[in-house]
Design a protein around this ligand. Structure first.
Ligand code: ZN
Length: 185
């Protein structure tokens, strides 16, 4: 991304606990190594985090399968939860998985040229359901921030995006998920 001010790589080893099938995760680490790339984020950040500034960037996700699950980003709720985000798919095939704290779920399919508006208060995660890199452009308010622990505290998102066994994807309820609103959180 020309003019990027930063970014980061998420390697397979950084995603410990993200995938439900821990056996498959350990096998993937053993087969591909801790340095294996899961996804790369490149971004342009305005010099300030004023509410009117924006962060724009791209996420390029490689097509992993960990057990039945397709490759996912960690996923987050914005630290200032009412901040929205816009995503547009540049290439590949994916799904934007959206969930509310009250247990509503949506999975929005995305292929090149398609976009999704993620309203405030929705937890969101990108999923690569294809065999090629899934690349999205994102844009969100510079003061939004990210809460990456909310999914971990709930023992995963409510829905898993899994192979349907026929070359496509399906949603399956995650039996480990304990809800986002836990009394002791
Ligand atoms: Zn976001």
């Amino acid at each position: 991304m020309a003019g990027a001010t930063g970014g980061y790589d998420k390697r397979l080893a950084d995603l410990r606990g993200v995938y439900r099938d821990s056996g498959a995760y350990v096998s993937a680490l053993a087969a591909h190594g801790e340095r294996a790339l899961a996804y790369r984020v490149e971004e342009y950040r305005a010099p300030s985090t004023a509410a009117g500034d924006l962060v724009v960037g791209t996420t390029r996700m490689l097509p992993w399968r960990i057990g039945e699950e397709f490759a996912v980003t960690r996923g987050h709720l914005h630290a200032i939860a009412d901040r929205a985000e816009f995503y547009q798919c540049l290439s590949g095939t994916g799904v934007m998985l959206l969930e509310t704290l009250d247990g509503e779920s949506h999975a929005v399919p995305l292929s090149a040229g398609q976009s999704v508006y993620v309203p405030g208060h929705w937890i969101h995660r990108s999923v690569n359901v294809g065999d090629a890199p899934f690349v999205v452009l994102f844009c969100y308010p510079a003061d939004a921030g990210q809460d990456y622990t909310i999914i971990e505290r709930a023992q995963g998102m409510a829905q898993l995006v899994v192979s349907d066994g026929a070359g496509g994807w399906a949603l399956r309820p995650n039996p480990d998920h304990i809800g986002y609103r836990t009394k002791d959180a």
